[in-house]
Design a protein around this ligand. Sequence first.
Ligand code: ADP
Ligand code: MG
Length: 635
Amino acid sequence: MSESVLEEIFIKRSQQKKKTSPLNYKERWFVLTQEKIAYYDFDADKRKRKGMRGSVDMEKIKCVETVQPEPNSPQERMYAFQIIYDEGPLYIFAKNEDVRAQWIKKLKEIVCYNKDFMQKYHPCFWADGIWLCCKQEVKQAMGCKVWDSKNGFRSKASQRGSGKPLPPTPTEEKTVRPLPPQPPETPSPSAGMTVIAEYNYAPMTSQDLELKKDEEYTILEMTDHNWWKARDKYGSEGYIPCNYVVEAENGLERFDWYSKNMNRSQAEKLLKTENKDGGFLVRDSSKAGKYTVSLLSKGVGDTGGICKHYNICTTAQSQYYLAERHFFSTIPELINYHQHNAAGMVSRLKYIVSNRALHPSTAGLGYGLWEINPRNLTFIKELGTGQFGVVKYGKWQGKHDVAIKMIKEGSMSEDDFIEEAKIMMKLRHENLVQLYGVCTKQRPIYIVTEFLSNGCLQMYLREGLTQHPTAVQLLEMCKDVSEGMAYLESQQYIHRDLAARNCLVDGNGTVKVTDFGLSRYVLDDEYTSSAGSKFPVRWSPPEVLLYCKFSSKSDIWAYGILLWEVYTLGRLPYERLNNNEIVDQVTRGLRLFRPQLANDKVYSIMSSCWLDKADERPTFQELALSIQDVLYELQ
Ligand code: ADP
Ligand code: MG
């Protein structure tokens, strides 16, 4: 066995591989050798080490860095460091700064030859499904802080010749000195950064700035979550919708084939929607700092097609290659080559599939605008009638699609709603129906929202899907809703009436949640009282039926029922029972049966939403991850 370089007893944090498992912190005896870092049990008097509990091979390490302590962390957990390898971060707590710096330095010396260094890392912990630094909710999400791999040791080139590590450089010495408490990281992205427009944006108000696709802009101010102040290259300044731009980081942003921030299942969905043989895109890989080419391949007469995912590999000389070893010094050159040559892939890259075809919705129709002038609205057709009256499809300023709810007088407590609308306008997520604004200067008042051409999910399930929906399609719908709801949950916003009838479907088949929080403004006892005939009894958990206790956990219950609606293609839950019978039986433990289309995994997700004790039900964030796992298994 190789000789130990360092040994120390540290506190180790459990790796929380399962999101539901509680975190724990255990003392372990750590041993660092040239080959690996291993940790052991030890006897009570700390004199003898016992069985090995785990280890990480040095060659698998991609980053070694400090971690900022969590707010209010106990003294023994102030000096954390992370070792990042394939399975994520291993968090270790040293008893003081000197010991931590010593270990980081040694580790860096050993791993500095590793080829798979990450370009970015997370300076704070991953905890309960979220990166505390950048609030991203996917464990594999790319880091938010650039890792200077040279920090702490000399460049690889200069070391290679010398054979052994060189004496400390000035930057290295700095890390040994005790560090003052660090201020919180500035969130990435930040003011001053350069962004590239992914879409054109025509100003909707005089305060807005026009965006031209692929051009660069400087961000000046980010105080509003949705509208950032920016400057174009001619010096004009104004507000832009922040979801129309991406940070210019790697130079790929200006290529239509690059879909930043897209994951594997979103890529598959987009490629399958376009449904072209050889349709492709390039996206960030689940491995930080890497890229993946996703490609759809279809046989002759094949209706479906399969998606292949190829990682873009890098050589030690920083050259890029795909399936076979044809090397290029840049990714655009590599893509250009493969647009003409299959060279080891199922086909050449024939069609660029881009997520930029459809403009995303903006949080409002221009910066600061939430009172909409009804004269700018044209009514085109009636979409249906709901609790508040007629809903129409129309255009704003003759060109933007909108849905307009015309609020029947006496059906809504309007003043309260108008107050709330200002908050609702700020909620923006691709799986929430966007509120654009209101017309309150006349009666009836109007609520103007994003328009979704495929109408409500319940009808879409019952009639819309002519051919048999695939398992992936059904699960994608559930995933869409879980992500929209996870966003609401993160904003501590309770929906109170989640059901398939309150979800809408856009032209691409993406499902979005609507009417969140609106039930609080309904003036109709039949709807608001739990004994009323219009109360959503079938979507309500026992604590709502018995004590009207609404929470994110009552939304979770409703989400379970919504899953059941999806998997029965829109059947009425407990169809043979009336409301009184449902209250009686559900509070005594009755639950819905497993729909035929739902496999055991899907049914167990559904059932977890219907646990009697509200706090034992999962969160939306957890549900979104579980669904993602099932999706991966299907693909
Ligand atoms: P309410 O919330 O007043 O009960 P609904 O939301 O149920 O009204 O709307 C009535 C019908 O209008 C829905 O079933 C749906 O078909 C249609 N609809 C509502 N909003 C939209 C929208 N944003 N895009 C497309 N169709 C919509
Ligand atoms: Mg509704």
